[in-house]
Design a protein around this ligand. Sequence first.
Ligand SMILES: NC(=O)c1ccc[n+]([C@@H]2O[C@H](COP(=O)([O-])OP(=O)(O)OC[C@H]3O[C@@H](n4cnc5c(N)ncnc54)[C@H](OP(=O)(O)O)[C@@H]3O)[C@@H](O)[C@H]2O)c1
Ligand code: SF4
Ligand code: SF4
Length: 380
Amino acid sequence: MKNRTFKKLGIETSVFGMGCMRLPLKESGKPEDIDEPEAIKMIRYAIDKGVTYIDTAYPYHGGKSESVVGKALKDGYREKVKLATKSPVWLVKEYDDFEKYLDEQLERLQTDYVDFYLLHAMSQERWEKMKELNAIGFLKEMKEKGKIKYCGFSFHDNYDTFKTILDYHDWDMCQIQLNFYDQEYQAGVKGLKYAASKDIPVIIMEPLRGGSLADVPSQDIIDLWNSAKTKRNPVEWAFSWLYNFEEVNVILSGVSTMDQLKENIEIFEKAEPNILDEFQLDLVNQVRDLYMEKIKVKCTGCDYCNDCTQKVAISMIFDLYNKAHMYGDKEKYAKQYNNSLVKNQQDVSQCIECGICESLCPQNIPIIQELKKVHAYFTE
Ligand SMILES: NC(=O)c1ccc[n+]([C@@H]2O[C@H](COP(=O)([O-])OP(=O)(O)OC[C@H]3O[C@@H](n4cnc5c(N)ncnc54)[C@H](OP(=O)(O)O)[C@@H]3O)[C@@H](O)[C@H]2O)c1
Ligand code: SF4
Ligand code: SF4
């Protein structure tokens, strides 16, 4: 397992970070129904293979991810890793709430402290609220009490907001969304370089854009990848593009099966910086341009919008829409939409336009408007 150093903190972790937002599920397929034995087996397998960074958060899997991670880290595994989780800042109404949620998380995680505690999914709006509630004071207090070792934030907004937050405090680390498709989106490569220039370690999330860069691509994309002398599958290309940056400390990989985990750990055996030449970097950009044409809605399938009272299957609907364009097969995906989602009353016609989903979406997708577009496309 390849490791990298957090120079600022004087610690080392594996480049591969185990993301616990997309753990294996039971047959129901509901996010809260984690297949616990399998998930625990996978987390422990990763640690046995040298993975030393584990990432979870309060809301993942309807609140169950932290408890499963806590169970997986029993029997001596906790001591082998750096554990990261995040403050559910949208639930915090007053200063004391911060510690209330942290205590609940420590209980779920069955530990006395977390190594990295992040303010979850910062945007300009959330950051303003954090300043009002003295979040930095809270983080300092928790460090003094020994409940957290290091503090940071995860981020989903534009570069200027990222820079503002980064410049406000001497952070121990930060976490950004980055993959070759999103090079100039949110914090982007510019944000990665800026954080590194300040010596702030960077953790990467959504390296495969929530899996969309891992799906079998259309033939023109396959042909482009195959034109490279060094053969890699799409998953390896996406990870290589990221670990090629020496500024990247950890890449969080979300995996929903043991096979994916094994494959990704093997890919990360090659996680050295500066391995891609100019031709390869140019090829990645050509592939990105093709994806840009085909991905119509920038949904990453994170399911943060999962709380829809009308049970509209938002991420699934966007996935079908994007796939219809990726593979140029409207009929096939319209059939899935009409036969499955419409039949189960999970389609767009159920939407009452309450807007709750839009307030939760880290990609700032105008969900209501986009859903209407998809419905018209699949039903016309
Ligand atoms: N703080 C935040 O705001 C935030 C937001 C997002 C993520 N995160 C963290 O970052 C972690 C990583 O993000 P992510 O889960 O979106 O990672 P990702 O790597 O972009 O996507 C993970 C998905 O990619 C697919 N995949 C992974 N390996 C594969 C392989 N070898 N072959 C085929 N498909 C593969 C799987 O999709 P299928 O399940 O469809 O097979 C998997 O669930 C999360 O788990 C979470 O811990 C944090
Ligand atoms: S706007 Fe529609 S899709 Fe979004 S949460 Fe409300 S009902 Fe659900
Ligand atoms: S619509 Fe937004 S919140 Fe919902 S799954 Fe997609 S990216 Fe996540």
